[in-house]
Design a protein around this ligand. Structure first.
Ligand SMILES: [Zn+2]
Length: 450
């Protein structure tokens, strides 16, 4: 029997269950990554709520999408959960491979997930080239067949939902012209910043890596942003006081916020990187920190502090879709706002004993420009990727997607098919620490903000 649209009561029940599902996932993420619980038991949670993402359920909610944002968000959640289920084995297998594989260079074994930090810490350019090449060989041999199979599963799942392709599905899952408007903005941004980028990225590559922008290769990029000389300016013991002081200046007293838990305790298995778990919005938001210091750690803390305050200040009266789903740009906007204080000369001078804040700010702005251009090129690429009949024809397309973006697309940000295949593998970048790996809203991941 073809599914019928849900009644209002059924939609309310779905909403309520989805809310519990996300809360349970966030709680589990929190307990595991805060080092409070050794095992990471997602499977029982998915099992308990698997009715949320079954094909007929997803189709049924699709019939209720009526032009309003709320049901549309609920349906997007259902679709993303459905795709998450279709590719859960792939994701688990990929995670397993990534944690088991190691790259062997000059008699040394480097765990696959440590390749990027190793590239950042390696001053010898030739060694970086070899390391990058070996890591790509592993990716090609072990992970790419799984990535390809997962992409094909999603394609056939899209057809089961009666859409021509994933792009067409997203045209219904988002406000009607959102993707086309965004694509136009991306093109315009790449165009209007090209000369600015070429000038400043060239300077930064010369200073940090000793090569011009036109000579730079993908394996030079992690090194470009490493800049160890700034590490001592960002001490571990000043991180939390700087966040507290900054929030006080904004009228927020972190220590007296009853709905915010600051998890500062040291534990052996605690994630070294700050994260925010909005378990109940706005009533129970946890900010987890284990300060290690250095610019990247400061950025991560302020980014997560932004998410924390956004969720903690969200109105209790909003609907579940508005509190937990919806446009990520809202919460990311708050996160970025606080994160980029750490590149701001007046703030650096006020919070830290900081020599040459303007020089640091220029590096920060160049890095931000690099990442925004990279994301703009990536969106344009993905719009084509998700409409392609045969995704293997997209190899190589990433590099020439935006010939004028050149550097945006090809040069500094990795060129050629390697980067396209690599997808988001180079996590841990400054724009959005670790988002790539975990997925965000929807049963495919959790709403954990990273
Ligand atoms: Zn974020």
């Amino acid at each position: 029997m073809p599914p019928a649209p849900p009644s209002d009561r059924e939609l309310d029940a779905y909403r309520e269950q989805a809310d519990r599902f996300i809360a349970e996932l966030d709680e589990e993420f929190y307990l595991h990554y805060a080092g409070l619980k050794e095992t990471f038991d997602l499977a029982p949670i998915y099992e308990r709520h698997k009715n949320l993402t079954e094909l007929d359920q997803v189709k049924s909610i699709g019939l209720a999408v009526n032009g309003g944002a709320r049901v549309r968000e609920l349906w997007r959640f259902a679709c993303e959960g459905y795709f998450g289920e279709l590719t859960r084995d792939h994701a688990e297998k990929l995670a397993e491979l990534e944690s088991e594989l190691a790259v062997s260079v000059g008699g040394e074994e480097i765990p696959y997930r440590m390749v990027r930090p190793a590239l950042a810490n390696e001053p010898d350019r030739e060694k970086r080239r070899v390391l990058d090449e070996r890591a790509n060989d592993l990716l090609d041999e072990h992970m790419n067949p799984l990535h390809l199979d997962a992409a094909e599963r999603v394609q056939s799942g899209t057809r089961d939902l009666e859409f021509a392709n994933y792009l067409e599905l997203y045209r219904k899952a988002l406000p009607s012209s959102a993707l086309d408007d965004l694509a136009a903005q991306c093109r315009k941004f790449l165009d209007s910043t090209e000369r600015l980028y070429e000038e400043w990225a060239d300077k930064l590559f010369r200073t940090r890596v000793g090569v011009s922008l036109s000579e730079a290769e993908r394996w030079d990029v992690p090194r470009l942003f490493r800049a160890p000389e700034w590490d001592p300016m960002f001490p571990a013991d000043k991180m939390v006081p700087a966040l507290e002081g900054t929030l006080i200046d904004l009228g927020i007293d972190l220590s007296s916020q009853e709905n915010v838990t600051l998890d500062l305790e040291e534990r052996p298995n605690k994630s070294p990187r700050a994260f925010c778990a909005p378990i109940e919005v706005p009533d129970r938001v946890v900010l987890v920190i284990q300060p290690i210091g250095g610019p990247d750690d400061w950025r991560a803390l302020f980014h997560e502090g932004g998410h924390t305050e956004h969720f903690a200040h969200t109105s209790r009266d909003l609907s579940m879709e508005e509190k937990r789903l919806g446009d990520n740009a809202v919460t990311e906007g708050w996160a970025m706002l606080l994160q980029h204080l750490t590149d701001e000369p007046a703030w650096l001078t006020r919070r830290l004993d900081f020599p040459r804040p303007n020089e640091y700010a220029v590096e920060g702005a160049t890095g931000l420009l690099y990442f925004v251009r990279r994301y703009a090129a990536k969106i344009l690429y993905e719009l084509e990727f998700h409409a392609a009949e045969d995704v293997t024809t997209m190899r190589g397309r990433y590099a020439d997607r935006e010939p004028r973006g050149g550097l945006a697309a090809a040069r500094a940000l990795g060129r050629g098919p390697e980067d396209a295949r690599r997808g988001d593998a180079e996590g841990g970048h400054r724009l959005h620490p670790r988002d790539g790996g975990r997925g965000r809203k929807g049963p495919g991941g959790s709403s954990l903000s990273l």
